[in-house]
Design a binder for this molecule. Structure first.
Ligand SMILES: NC(=O)c1ccc[n+]([C@@H]2O[C@H](COP(=O)([O-])OP(=O)(O)OC[C@H]3O[C@@H](n4cnc5c(N)ncnc54)[C@H](O)[C@@H]3O)[C@@H](O)[C@H]2O)c1
Length: 265
């Protein structure tokens, strides 16, 4: 059994991760960390899932937390994660890092810490999305000269557009086609924009209702079209990817890994 500690345990992803660990027979929930001053410090995390108390009390003590884990799963915020990893390298533990918002300088620090402990870091931990990246890469290699359009859809609360995943998909296509996304990306169209240029990459964002997240990459030419689509039904897809990463880390000594490493893609 792998002892797993959840950092940011009372967050949206944190609670999803707690639940996923409890549902995974290879993993044992051993600790739950929250930020100092959080109202749920000292409470048993099981009770928030409607279960009888299970002995995992939410702590704000990072040393106690780290001492209880083989692997940390951390979906909090870049600054919080960097602080915890700085302590984690002294234990040492494996680290599944889902927080976003790292600067280039932060990523250099991460690479440095990864000389001491194994870290899986992915801004999108969904297994399906990471397979989509690999499929799009392969399709772009096979479908040179096709016109590519990317359509993403998310809920009406999402603030950024297009999604980071849509941009990464466009980058994959641009790289395989030998193009610069900065020069060839076209973000939505309106008015007399003229005919489509052959090698532009169209990127379009739908915002409506409670759509969790959908991405379609179309490869088109006269007479045919290939579409590759991923649809997230819930945030659980990120969490299940994190569980897979936690198990994959077992036995690794150090290194900075991606979900594509975890999946062997
Ligand atoms: N990689 C992925 O696949 C993926 C998927 C979804 C979300 N995310 C990222 O995960 C992060 C969390 O997302 P969320 O929606 O769960 O946010 P959230 O705000 O619901 O949860 C964050 C939690 O972290 C806790 N926290 C903050 N500072 C802390 C600290 N120093 N120590 C311990 N806990 C601390 C907060 O109290 C909160 O409970 C964000 O960066 C988000 O972008 C990544």
């Amino acid at each position: 059994m792998i002892n797993v500690g959840i950092c940011g345990a009372r967050g949206r992803m944190g609670m999803m991760n707690v639940e996923s660990v409890l549902n995974d027979t290879a993993l044992k929930l051993s600790a739950a960390l929250e930020v100092q001053g959080h109202p749920d410090i000292g409470k048993d995390i099981f009770t928030f899932l409607g279960k009888p108390a299970g002995g995992v009390v939410i702590t704000d003590n990072r040393d106690t937390f780290l001492s209880a884990c083989d692997v940390v799963i951390d979906f909090t915020a870049a600054s919080a994660s960097l602080e915890l990893i700085a302590l984690a390298v002294q234990k040492p533990v494996g680290y599944v890092l889902g927080s976003t918002g790292f600067t280039d300088a932060d990523r250099t620090k991460l690479a440095d810490y990864a000389n001491k402990i194994p870290i899986v870091y992915a801004t999108n931990m969904s297994v399906g999305v990471n397979v989509l990246f690999a499929l799009v890469e392969r399709a772009a290699q096979l479908l040179g000269g096709f016109e590519v359009e990317i359509i993403e859809a998310h809920h009406d609360k999402k603030k950024d557009s297009p999604s980071g995943t849509a941009l990464s998909l466009a980058e994959v296509v641009a790289k395989e086609f030998g193009l610069s996304l900065n020069e060839k990306g076209v973000y939505g169209r309106k008015g007399m924009v003229g005919e489509r240029t052959k090698d532009e990459i169209g990127i379009h964002a739908v915002r409506a209702g409670d759509i969790v997240g959908e991405h379609t990459v179309m490869f088109c030419r006269d007479g045919e079209r290939v579409e590759l689509t991923h649809k997230a039904h819930s945030r659980k897809n990120f969490s299940l990817g994190a569980m897979q990463a936690a198990k994959w880390l077992s036995g690794k000594k150090n290194g900075l890994f991606s979900m594509r490493d975890v999946l062997g893609l």
